[in-house]
Ligand binder design. Structure first.
Ligand code: HEM
Length: 402
């Protein structure tokens, strides 16, 4: 090779792969134990291939993340895994170049840190109103809390809570429940969102989007994208928070949230489709290939995170590294609701920063579905003696399992 020739880019077909089964490839393992399969793949190299229903390439090093997430011209959303669920195959999630950037710019304004900060008081009130009053399963408590908070933030609490719960329920169930088409339910929620848009309560996101011709779809997609992601994160965060020996103040929860998002990134896998032949972080990727990035693998890579499986919020006291920390992805498609999610998490955790709440039994090991969720019940216990009594209440406060 002459000195001025670029180094040869290895073709994707030569990439390593974890052990596969004849005919099925990795499809069975992907369905049954995807996290184990991903970890086995990561042990073969920084970029590896999997034989699913189609060949996919998976990378997890910062340069791969930057190449895949930074270039919207080459790596497209339409045709990727998010298109397999009706909850995400719409709105901004399903918009590619050239429309993505202008639409995102408009939406960003409504979800900026400054804009969502106006919701702080409302969310803090909801957090106190819905804090645990008896021993709870963190996941179901968190789902209810986040449902109410999203209703407040997006719709000024004007959507029927019953309908909202019905719409979101499949996202709480195992696969394939979130993938199944539900045209009647979607039509009902769309009609309800349209009714809110016709007379939006002041201050909510719907008020700002009213008048846009795709407002219903954008709000429905944001609702779905923001629900189980935030609820699962909150469940883990509340359980870890209540298990700490030293009580944190409400102003000190950010490193704990960061560490929960590192160890249990709800968006554990993301995918794109290559629009044309390209060189991606030194790998030749043919047009139409599906490429995956995995916050789960990146966040557990010992070359990036010392002692990666240990829960240690203090590792975030010096900030968050880009491209090796991507719970909200990164680049032009970074999570639209990241500021809102952090505000909901901070608000919901604030009332729990007291010894009234204690960590109960549970195993925080994550289980993958559409998003990552706690694999077992995580209990949060309440000390009934120290719990402030609701005004006018008499007698003991019940401790049961909700
Ligand atoms: C802890 C909570 C959350 C986590 C971990 C999370 C994670 C993510 C990730 C990883 C992506 C990128 C997916 C990809 O393109 O591959 C994403 C995108 C997105 N998220 Fe979130 N999210 C959270 C909360 C929210 C909330 C509260 C909302 C809105 C209410 C939201 C709305 C969206 C939307 C609309 C996108 C698509 C953005 C685009 O394609 O331009 N998310 N989120």
């Amino acid at each position: 090779m002459s000195a001025d020739m670029p180094p040869a880019v290895p073709p994707a077909t030569t990439l390593p792969m974890p052990p596969a089964v004849p005919l099925l490839g990795h499809l069975w393992d992907w369905t049954a134990h995807p996290l184990r399969l991903l970890s086995a793949g990561a042990a073969t190299g920084p970029v590896f291939q999997l034989q699913l229903w189609r060949r996919v390439l998976v990378g997890y090093q910062p340069e791969w993340n930057r190449a895949v997430l930074g270039d919207l011209d080459t790596f497209r959303s339409v045709g990727s895994l998010s298109g397999m669920t009706p909850y995400l195959a719409a709105g901004i999630v399903h918009t590619d170049v050239p429309d993505h950037q202008p639409r995102r710019r408009q939406l960003n304004r409504r979800f900026s840190a400054r804009s969502v900060a106006t919701l702080s008081d409302q969310l803090a009130e909801l957090a106190v109103q819905h804090r645990p009053r008896e021993t709870v399963q963190a996941a179901s408590w968190a789902s209810t809390m986040v449902r109410h908070m999203l209703n407040a933030a997006l719709f000024g609490s004007a959507l029927s809570d019953r309908l909202l719960a019905r719409f979101l329920a499949p996202l709480d169930r195992r696969l394939p429940a979130p993938m199944l088409p539900r045209p009647r339910l979607f039509a009902r929620i769309d009609a309800a969102i349209a009714a809110v848009l016709a007379e939006p309560p002041p201050g909510c996101v719907a008020e700002h989007l009213a008048g846009a011709n795709d407002a219903v779809e954008q709000l429905r997609t944001a609702l779905a994208a923001g629900y189980d992601t935030t609820a699962h994160t909150l469940a883990w965060a509340a359980w870890h928070l209540t298990g700490e020996a030293e009580r944190r103040s409400a102003g000190e929860v950010d490193p704990l949230i960061d560490e929960v998002l590192r160890l249990y990134p709800a968006g554990w896998i993301g995918s794109r489709i290559a629009a044309h032949d390209t060189d991606c972080a030194g790998v030749a990727v043919p047009a139409s290939t599906m490429v995956l990035y995995s916050p789960y693998l990146t966040h557990r890579d010992p070359s990036l995170w010392p002692d990666p499986t240990t829960f240690r919020p203090a590792r975030f006291t010096d900030g968050r590294p880009s491209w090796s920390y991507l719970p909200f992805a990164a680049g032009p498609r970074t999570c639209l609701g990241a500021h809102l999610a952090r505000l909901m998490l901070r608000s919901a955790l604030a009332p729990l920063c007291t010894p009234v709440f204690r960590q109960g039994a549970g195993d925080p090991t994550p289980r993958p579905g559409l998003t990552l969720r706690p694999g077992s019940q995580l209990l949060i216990e309440v000390d009934p003696v120290r719990l402030p009594r609701p005004r006018g209440a008499a007698g003991p406060i019940s401790v049961g399992l909700r």
